[in-house]
Design a protein around this ligand. Structure first.
Ligand code: PMV
Length: 318
């Protein structure tokens, strides 16, 4: 039995689109920041008495179909057939719209591989987590990480980037905590299949990943922020241009973007990014968090969360 913890991550340079849906090989590399305050704890216990895998999330029994597909990969690597009891707790405020497959599959990959007797190095663990959800490949690592798109299963993995001296902070603005109208998996596939902007997205985003790694190494906040906004907006532009046309933007989403641009015009280093939902995540520096939160509070008051960079996935109990 093993319990592991993994933290969510927010992509500064996005992953959007699979070249291989089974192996989860992405069209572009991506760069992310793992967050301290949002994480998943998962306990895995292989038990020969079980006829099927059992899965409980936040105290509720769940269908185990996806879990079983993932555990089959672990069982295949470990040479076992034993079923498992999996208990998972999301330490992500449920209203944050962050409930993340990234922390979930990174925690599951670590706990399950450990409980099955495998000792995977970080690269092998990242490749395993990737098979659950692409963004989970990055949640194996703390702080900044790059997921190399690679060309096959062996070459598509994440690894940590050198720490920046910048005191990065992420301010999460909850625009709408309700269920998403469409999930990332389906919308990603449809963007790849139908958006005339998708090929341009791939070219620009891959170049942006390289530029981001350089900007992070140089502690160049204006370039880091600029590239962060570009990658998110270009991803959302590709989504809007898909058939059928769609957007996650809501009126309050744009209100946050406008606040960010107003703050920047007054000299505050704050930059916006968004994932597969209407909530906005703001990249800023620790000394500016209070100013950013004060600017948001009239409209968003109790709907703002702040996090510092967080640690790598780790085993809590074995
Ligand atoms: O790992 P998935 O399938 O949940 O995809 C995540 C995609 C984005 O969050 C929108 C971007 C990213 O790189 O995390």
């Amino acid at each position: 039995m093993t319990t592991a913890r993994a933290h969510t991550n927010i992509a500064l340079i996005k992953y959007w689109g699979k070249r291989d849906a089974d192996l989860i090989l992405p069209y572009t590399s991506s760069v992310s920041l793992t967050l301290a305050d949002f994480y998943t704890d998962t306990r895995v216990e292989f038990d020969a008495r079980l006829a099927t895998d059992q899965f409980q999330l936040d105290g509720q029994a769940q269908s185990a179909a996806k879990l079983t597909r993932f555990l089959d990969l672990v069982r295949g690597q470990a040479g076992i057939t034993t079923r498992a009891r999996v208990t998972s707790t999301n330490h992500v405020p449920t209203a944050a719209g962050l409930a993340s497959s990234a922390s979930a599959y990174a925690a599951l990959a670590l706990a399950a591989s450990h409980a099955a007797g495998l000792t995977l190095d970080d690269r092998a663990l990242s490749r395993l987590a990737r098979r659950g959800s692409g963004s989970a490949a990055r949640s194996v690592f703390g702080g900044l990480a790059v997921w190399h798109r690679g060309t096959d299963d062996a070459s598509s993995y994440a690894e940590p980037l050198p720490a920046t001296t910048l005191p990065l902070r992420m301010v999460v603005v909850m625009v709408n905590a309700g269920p998403k109208p469409i999930g990332s998996r389906d919308l990603m596939a449809n963007t790849v299949a139908t958006s005339p902007y998708y090929p341009a997205w791939v070219t620009h985003n891959e170049a942006a990943a390289t530029a981001m790694i350089q900007a992070l190494a140089a502690d160049d906040m204006p370039t880091i922020g600029h590239l962060t906004e570009q990658s998110a907006m270009q991803m959302h532009a590709a989504i809007m241009a898909a058939d059928p046309a769609f957007t996650y933007f809501e009126p309050e989403t744009l209100a946050v973007w406008q606040t960010v641009h107003r703050l920047r015009a007054s000299g505050v280093p704050v930059y916006a990014t968004m994932d597969a939902g209407p909530n906005v995540k703001l990249l800023t520096l620790a000394p500016h968090v209070a100013t950013v939160c004060a600017a948001l509070s009239p409209q968003f008051d109790q709907r703002v969360l702040v996090s510092a960079p967080g640690p790598a996935a780790r085993v809590l109990e074995d």
